[in-house]
Design a protein. Structure first.
Length: 132
């Protein structure tokens, strides 16, 4: 009798453990329908979309993908000149607010600048004294 109870207990435990639905992320994403549903959920939720964009920008491959690979990783290059290193370049931008606005908008569109940063940059640019 003890053996039967023990066998039934182990069989029940084995069945219960085998019904466990622990799936890896990759196994979930392998199914195209599930993957598209996940992508749709991210796109439809502004908070998820913002988190996803920030996550992609933090990783080299995601940044390159968002920029179409056009920069080829130059944004992390030691040889790339920063605008603050060239006063002539800074003066050129400061004297052309339209050019600055276009650049800010382009950076925002390509995912290189967040909504909040773009708003602050546009506000700061609008508050700059006009050159006489």
């Amino acid at each position: 009798m003890k053996v039967k109870i023990l066998v039934v207990t182990f069989a029940g435990l084995l069945i219960f453990i085998s019904c466990n639905q622990n799936k890896t992320v990759n196994s979930i994403l392998e199914n195209e329908e599930t993957r598209n549903e996940i992508f749709g959920s991210i796109i439809d939720n502004p908070e998820y979309m913002s988190d996803f964009r920030n996550y992609m920008l933090e990783h080299n491959s995601g940044s390159n993908m968002m920029m179409g690979g056009s920069m080829g990783g130059m944004n992390h290059s030691e040889n790339m000149m920063n605008m603050q290193d060239s006063t002539a370049m800074m003066q050129s931008f400061m004297n052309r607010p339209g050019m600055m606005a276009n650049m800010i908008e382009m950076m925002h569109t390509r995912g290189m600048m967040s909504d909040e940063c773009m708003t602050k940059a546009m506000s700061a640019m609008n508050n700059m004294p006009e050159k006489q």
